[in-house]
Design a protein around this ligand. Structure first.
Ligand code: ADP
Length: 403
């Protein structure tokens, strides 16, 4: 029996999302989520997809990541999909920050763990949780390859002109300050799928990818390689997001500290958690914002307009960076579902060869699709992202090569 299954783990500070896939046919066998780890009200939601089992939910305290992963293992075992199965080929871990060092998915060993740990200062919220996830999985199955798939890897092809900030070079290098970019697994998957949708090889296609979820980022992809992206040292830079400000004058921070009397931690929380759409109008869910706009809510309208204005600026900027654009691809929660966002982002850009067909744009579907009219020089695509499938595929490809 050959080992074709891959467990994908996405470990956050208080949550673990997981999917078990069979890479023989890229099918999903089970998906689930553990939330509020470390609290009294932890919750595990497990959905078996292979047989006819129904979704199961368990609530009650789950103390830490080790307990969480053991609980996940028990749920999988109950479906006959236990982690001790010889069919499990590897565990693929989403790791947020791989710095400049990790340009590809990597089989985890002690040196890899040490490097992920060394990157904690530039990813204090994410890398510690990712490390915990890897170590816990290692303890459960020490013999199994653990593969780290980095959110930053796809962006390591950016030229220095795009990756460097215009600050003192020695200071930047000492503190590893540069543009790293995030959501790379999604940008890689969506840009490749967009090329497929156009019936072309990725090498022949230039794409602007707009990943619009709660976190949001844009990237310019030339011939399958990322040449610029909107998130930077951290996921705070760039587009207006659900709770993050995206771009602002860095002096806003000095001003808030010196004149407003806010501490660095307070400003950090303000810009990461209380800004963006939620800061502008009190809601970060685009469905709610659209509902309020339909009721004539001015604050929601302004928040939407600021969101769209920023998005347009990035489309224009990346158009110029690429020189020739074959397609713009919308993805993630907002990009895949919010037709008004897609229409507004592209409105008025006909001179750039961009247009959206109202009817095609309003069709709801889980499939990659084009929403631009036949005549449009630049195609507009909606491509549902699938980061777990991409992590599983990269993990399996690596383990297959080595194993
Ligand atoms: P993340 O992975 O960054 O948490 P997602 O990619 O799942 O986020 O996107 C979540 C966001 O997608 C929600 O906050 C909401 O704004 C938006 N969203 C989800 N479904 C819809 C919908 N049907 N219409 C408009 N926006 C939606």
């Amino acid at each position: 029996m050959s080992a074709t299954r891959v467990l994908v783990l996405n470990s956050g500070s208080s949550s673990v999302k997981y999917q078990l896939l069979d890479m023989a046919d890229s099918s999903r066998l089970a998906v689930g989520l553990v939330e509020r780890i470390g609290e009294e009200t932890s919750r595990l939601k497990h959905t078996p997809l292979a047989g006819d089992g129904a979704e199961r939910e368990r609530t009650g305290p789950i103390a830490d990541h080790e307990a969480a992963l053991k609980a996940v293992a028990a749920e999988l075992a109950a479906d006959g999909l236990g982690l001790d199965s010889p069919e499990l080929a590897a565990i693929g871990h989403r790791v947020v920050h791989g710095g400049k060092h990790f340009t590809e998915p990597t089989v985890v060993d002690d040196a890899v763990l040490a490097e992920i740990e060394r990157l904690i200062p530039v990813a204090p919220l994410h890398n510690p949780a990712n490390l915990t996830g890897i170590r816990t999985a290692q303890a459960l199955r020490p013999d199994l390859p653990q593969v780290a798939v980095f959110d930053t890897a796809f962006h390591t092809t950016m030229p220095e002109a795009a990756a460097r900030y215009a600050i003192d070079v020695a200071t930047a290098d000492e503190h590893r300050v540069r543009r790293y970019g995030f959501h790379g697994t999604s940008h890689a998957y969506v840009s490749r799928t967009t090329a497929e949708l156009l019936g072309k090889a990725p090498e022949d296609v230039n794409v602007i990818v707009l990943h619009l979820g709660n976190g949001a980022s844009a990237s310019a992809v030339r011939g399958g390689r990322c040449v610029d992206t909107s998130m930077g040292l951290t996921p705070l830079e760039g587009l207006v997001m659900g709770t993050r400000s995206g771009d602002l004058d860095p002096a806003v921070i000095f001003h808030l500290a010196r004149v407003g009397g806010l501490s660095i931690d307070e400003i950090d929380t303000l810009l990461n958690k209380k800004s963006g759409l939620i800061g502008l109008c009190g809601d970060n869910d685009m469905r709610e914002i659209r509902r309020r706009i339909d009721e004539g809510d001015e604050q929601a309208r302004l928040a939407f307009d600021i969101y769209i204005h920023r998005l347009k600026k990035y489309i224009g900027a990346y158009y110029a960076v690429l020189g020739r654009v074959d397609a713009i691809a919308f993805t993630a929660g907002v990009g895949e579902n919010a037709a008004p966002v897609r229409a507004a982002a592209v409105a008025g850009l006909e001179e750039l060869g961009l247009a959206v067909d109202g009817e095609l744009n309003s069709v709801r579907s889980d499939e990659p699709r084009l929403i631009s009219p036949e005549y449009a020089r630049v195609k507009v695509a909606v491509v549902p992202t699938d980061e777990e499938l991409e992590i599983a595929a990269q993990t399996y490809a690596l383990v297959g090569r080595h194993g």
